[in-house]
Design a protein around this ligand. Structure first.
Ligand code: 5RP
Length: 268
């Protein structure tokens, strides 16, 4: 367990995860139509990749040593009846066979399927603990983005941790994210949600979240749907791992963008 946690959380206590699991309910979403291609240039800047077994098998190089957080909940889609009605989709034996560093599962608190998703966490934690595999719980809000307030997120994170999750992934909020983190006895990482209007908005909230106790990020769409995914990833990494300011991160972004442009021009 300690070895796997150390693969996820770096010696500085922080982490940058790269989620490419979205296809499990969104299908081939924008810029993630070919997950292997999307993730390849980003991998050097990621501490771990969050993906389903289907994508791990089909699209990730088995010779690569990047730790994998295996998404093991699902069974719903954006066109189905209710996104919250998830089950566990992957046996622990398959997770072991894939040599994953962690398991990821969503909880849907406040929905009709709250109990089911929480009991799923309990079952998954039981299976994971037996083999030393940590569980990362994802506090999902489905389509109800307005649910992202501190009171609700604090409730979700605490419950997930009480059920045995070793890491909790949740959304940043602007009305007391410090309280969300303070009420959660295990490390909290931030998700991004749908693409923001500007890159600056993302750098701002990630910086604020880090200042208020998050240990890192698990940002997908705001990286790989950005016009400049690698520069965005490098800028975010600067905030998370170098304690960079937003202004510094913007500089990293601008420099990386210029490097990208030079590389593209040279390869034409
Ligand atoms: C999807 C997930 C994603 O890993 C999570 O939402 C992070 O990705 P994004 O930053 O695009 O929201 O759990 O179910």
């Amino acid at each position: 367990m300690a070895n796997r946690m150390a693969q996820l959380i770096q010696p500085d206590g922080h982490c940058v995860f790269m989620p490419i699991d979205h296809g499990y309910f969104l299908g081939p979403t924008r810029n993630l139509v070919e997950p292997g291609k999307t993730v390849e240039p980003l991998l050097p800047y990621a501490d771990a990749v969050f993906a389903t077994r289907g994508v791990v098998r089909s699209s990730l190089n088995p010779a690569a040593t990047k730790p994998i957080i295996l998404r093991v909940s699902g069974g719903t889609s954006t066109v189905g009846a209710d996104l919250a009605n998830e089950g566990i989709t992957t046996a622990i034996e398959d997770a072991i066979r894939l040599n994953v560093a962690a398991l990821g599962i969503s909880v849907f608190i406040g929905t009709e399927y709250e109990r089911q998703s929480l009991l799923n966490v309990g079952k998954l934690v039981d299976a994971g603990e037996k083999y030393g595999i940590p569980v990362m719980a994802v506090t999902a809000v489905g389509k109800e983005l307005e649910k992202r307030d501190a009171r609700y997120l604090a409730l979700c994170c605490r419950i997930a941790a009480e059920l045995g999750a070793r890491v909790v992934k949740t959304y940043w909020c602007d009305d007391g994210f410090d309280k969300v983190v303070a009420g959660c006895p295990v490390p909290v990482v931030m998700a991004g949600g749908p693409q923001a209007d500007t890159e600056l908005e993302v750098l701002d909230f990630v910086h604020d979240g880090m200042q208020n106790g998050a240990i890192g990020i698990n940002l997908g769409r705001n990286v790989w749907q950005s016009e400049h995914p690698v520069p965005m990833m490098r800028a975010l990494r600067h905030i998370v791992h170098e304690s960079g300011s937003v202004a510094e991160a913007q500089e990293v972004y601008a420099t990386a963008k210029a490097e990208d442009a030079t590389l593209s021009a040279a390869s034409v």
